[in-house]
Design a protein around this ligand. Structure first.
Ligand code: DP6
Length: 354
């Protein structure tokens, strides 16, 4: 018997940012967050997991390169939790093959180049958890799985759902209620589109994990943010429900700005935006100002994660204008290389089947 399962998970981009942990081991956030899952096929992580009696140890490959599964590390925690769950099911159901005690080989790859500068940890950890849950045939709900994915990388819990997704911070000390849930499916608002503007593909200077911890420890402004976010969660959910782009865009930009403000308020300060990021903000402001002067609504809204790359949200009808403006003011230098590797299979690394 071959015990193997493959699952894939998409990238998500937060509009209400997660930034700060109240528990660094369990990865419990200081505030709830909300994201949009990008549903294109070319922005996904795919993971194949296999359990086999002959494997001497757990092994993991990321984009073909073997990584160490550090004892007590995040990957280790996710694998341990899912394996314990399988063993528990095996002890309850005699008919289940006893594969929980077998070692695992796990191969994960992103179908978007790391050079695209997109965070791959969210989709990567979500795909890993989904593939192991499928391999182990766990009787789970996605929210239950999100509890485990969260311990791999906070934002990963949101990538287990499509559409508009909230990660509720929860109250329990053990994290049992710190889960992701769908706010609305993608089909609810198909008109909303995202444009990813890759400003730099350099690895970020301060990782999210280190940066948010420094903010929790040193930023007085974060306390004010934590008072503001709960109402924003309510307001943006209402805007999504009503497909109200003006309100959605206003809150999205305000939350991105505030997140970067608490980064600046951190000691020492963290700068994720660069001059090009700020020029993109100015361009979006100008498009929106010109539209307002003609009595129109917001054309687009920007948001930036822990790096200089912009994600612009806009209704489909506005996208041609947005793309034309970005191309006009930020012409591509040199050849425009196709950033996506479409149609490539899942290359399983050497040693995967041994
Ligand atoms: C700015 O989920 O990467 O993208 O939990 O430490 O792995 P860890 O952090 P991570 O942080 C994401 C931060 C963010 C905002 C967001 O996605 O909500």
């Amino acid at each position: 018997m071959v015990y193997e399962a493959t699952a894939s998970a998409p990238v998500n981009i937060a509009v209400i940012k997660y930034w700060g942990k109240r528990d660094t081991k369990l990865i419990l956030p200081t505030n709830s967050s909300l994201s949009v899952t990008l549903d294109q096929d070319h922005l996904r992580s795919t993971t194949t997991s296999r359990a086999d009696e002959s494997f001497p140890e757990d092994r993991l490959w990321l984009n073909g390169k073997e990584e160490v599964i550090k004892e007590g590390g995040r990957l280790h925690t996710c694998i341990k939790e899912l394996r314990a769950w399988r063993l528990e099911e095996e002890s309850k159901q005699d008919s289940l093959p006893k594969i929980g005690k077998f070692k695992l080989h796990i191969a994960s790859y992103n179908n978007f180049p790391t050079a695209a500068g997109l965070a791959s940890s969210a989709s990567g950890l979500a795909a890993l958890v989904a593939s192991l849950a499928a391999l182990y045939e766990l009787p789970q709900s996605r929210s239950e799985l999100s509890r485990i994915a969260r311990q791999g990388s906070g934002s990963a819990c949101r990538s287990l759902f499509g559409g508009f997704v909230a990660w509720r911070e929860g109250e329990a000390k053990d994290g049992s209620d710190s889960l992701a849930e769908e706010v609305a499916p993608r089909e609810h608002w198909p008109d909303l589109q995202a444009l990813i503007c890759v400003v730099s593909d350099a690895k970020k200077g301060t990782s999210s994990t280190a940066g948010m911890q420094a903010t929790v420890e040193t930023s007085p402004l974060l306390q004010e943010r934590l008072r503001i976010v709960p109402q924003r969660m309510v307001d943006i959910s209402t805007a999504i429900e009503a497909r109200d782009f003006d309100e959605f865009g206003r809150i999205t930009m305000a939350d991105s700005n505030q997140f970067h403000a608490v980064c600046l308020d951190t000691a020492p300060p963290i700068f994720y935006l660069n001059d090009t990021s700020r020029a993109i903000i100015a361009l979006v402001q100008e498009l929106n100002r010109a539209s307002a002067a003609n009595g129109g609504g917001l054309v687009a809204a920007y948001t930036f994660d822990a790096g200089p790359n912009a994600v612009l949200y806009a209704p489909a009808a506005n996208m041609p204008v947005v793309i034309a403006a970005v191309n006009k003011y930020f012409p591509q230098a040199g050849e425009f290389a196709d950033p996506f590797q479409m149609g490539t299979g899942a290359p399983l690394p050497a040693g995967f089947n041994e």
